[in-house]
Design a binder for this molecule. Structure first.
Ligand code: IFM
Length: 481
């Protein structure tokens, strides 16, 4: 700790003394396909990410999730690491393709792995926070239609049932989906995530069928006795580049619908946004929504997970010459197919950026958390289920990783959560993304988000300075020191 910049040490000390609500959860998050490896061991079969990674050019460097960071074999060591960091909770996902390979029969070895993980966590005093779907659909299900098929929602409910049957006696917190924006629009319209489809109709079907899968699975979990069932959304503040420009205002409205409201409104209000339905008229969306679907989708949530990385500065005009744009625009251009000929662009605001080229604006997190409460009166308790930053890390000769920028990112965003709470937002936990460096999807292993560095040759784990600071922060916040 002594080699940390004085300003960061002071900031960490000040954060510890903010009035964190009793029982506030401090955790970290990962996802199965990003860390487990053992891609085809003990009965696991292809997920869409195994298949997508084999498509030439789909993933940077041709990186695959086959080995990842070998968490499947190093799980006890990783849980010991979590314990040493003082984590109160660990958010992980289960792999459908490991538990029900090809969605045919239950693979006991797959279930056993998660059962051992849960036992290990509980033994270490760490609360397990389970996500059922973090993007790794069994490839066989994709070949039968994937999320464009309504049947996949029913299969997902059955898979949820299976996982609950094995772990429901010990896991209290159940998240159905992680970031359906990515697993529908980015995956089926933009083609940049598995399965790599480029079809507006399929993407819209994926949106609704994932909502339906959530509703069916949440209902089944509750019937089986689950007490804490929720979903995690990746939300953003859509900021019109020029508040006086009609085209920018309209682009921000459309972007806000696709990134935020087409998830929030069905879940919290039992309807799809009118303006979105108008924008996609003619693409068959309304025919996908059957009687009873929205009632199932909008059954009360016990919590809403919010993943926040950046805001989006939105314009309805072509980028000015020389403006490289906000790099996330390559993802966000997913919005464009739904809005006719007019483009949505993301002009630079001159803010600092992370290694993903994402803008850094910590106050955006405070703004998002407080405005959700204002816009949705029946909002359930919120948990920040992901927040973090990728940077190029270097190990010093002394074996340390002085990730000053990531440390600053974490301190500033945790401060922003404290500000939101002070303004009345009901936020009950914060999970840093990510515990370990891992497989960053189509960006492969080049983007490191971990508070723990992983040497991809030796798989040795080394806690970075950001991990040391986070650990000190949460230990003291927990004890009120
Ligand atoms: O790595 C991802 C994670 O799987 C989902 N949320 C965003 C992270 C960083 O891109």
């Amino acid at each position: 700790m002594t080699s940390l910049p004085a300003k960061q040490l002071e900031q960490a000390a000040a954060l510890r003394s903010r009035p964190w609500p009793a029982g506030f959860l401090w955790g970290s998050a990962t996802a199965a396909a990003q860390i487990e490896g053992a891609g085809h061991e003990d009965g696991k079969e292809d997920s869409i990410w195994d298949a997508f990674a084999r498509v030439p050019g789909a993933v940077v460097n041709g990186d695959t999730p086959e080995v990842a960071v070998d968490h499947y074999h190093r799980m006890p060591e990783d849980v010991a690491l979590m314990k040493s960091l003082g984590l109160g909770s660990y958010r992980f996902s289960t792999s459908w393709a490991r538990i029900k390979p090809g969605d045919r029969t239950v693979n006991q070895a797959g279930l056993d792995f998660y059962s051992r993980l849960v036992d290990e966590l509980l033994g270490a005093g760490i609360l397990p926070w389970l996500t059922l779907y973090h993007w790794d659909l069994p490839q066989a299900v994709e070949e039968q239609g994937g999320w464009a098929s309504r049947d996949t929602a029913h299969r997902f409910r059955d898979y949820a049932d299976t996982v609950y049957g094995a772990l429901g006696d010990r896991v209290q917190h159940w998240t159905t989906f992680n970031e359906p924006f990515c697993s529908s629009l980015l995956s089926y319209a933009a083609g940049i995530h598995a399965p790599g489809r480029i079809s507006r109709e399929d993407a819209l079907a994926a949106v609704h069928h994932q909502h339906l899968g959530h509703g069916l699975a949440a209902g089944a979990l509750r019937e089986l006795g689950a007490g804490n069932v929720g979903i995690t959304l990746n939300l953003s503040n859509a900021i019109p580049a020029d508040l006086t420009d009609e085209a920018d205002l309209d682009a921000a409205r459309r972007f806000d619908a696709l990134q935020n409201r087409i998830y929030l409104e069905p879940l919290l209000l039992g309807r799809y946004p009118e303006d979105f339905l108008h924008d996609v008229a003619g693409l068959g969306f309304e025919q996908l929504v059957h009687d009873g679907d929205l009632a199932a989708i909008s059954a009360p949530l016990d919590f809403l997970g919010v993943n926040y990385y950046h805001d989006d500065n939105v314009s309805g005009h072509p980028l000015p010459e020389g403006d490289p744009g906000f790099a996330a625009a390559t993802d966000r251009e997913v919005a464009s197919p739904f809005v006719g000929s007019e483009h949505i662009t993301f002009p630079t605001r001159g803010l600092p950026r992370t290694g993903m080229d994402w803008e850094i604006n910590p106050d955006g997190l405070r703004h998002l958390l407080t405005r959700l409460g204002a816009e949705y009166p029946d909002l359930p308790p919120l948990y920040v289920t992901e927040n973090g930053a990728a940077y190029d890390d270097e190990i010093t000769a002394g074996g340390r990783i002085h990730d000053v920028e990531r440390t600053q990112f974490v301190l500033d965003h945790v401060g922003s959560v404290a500000d939101a709470i002070a303004e009345g937002a009901d936020v009950r936990g914060y999970f840093l993304w990510s515990l370990l460096d891992n497989y960053e999807w189509a960006w492969g292993y080049g983007k490191r988000f971990g508070m723990v560095h992983v040497d991809y040759e030796t798989l040795v784990r080394t806690v970075k300075d950001s991990g040391l600071v986070y650990s000190s922060l949460i230990r003291n916040a927990l004890t009120g020191a």
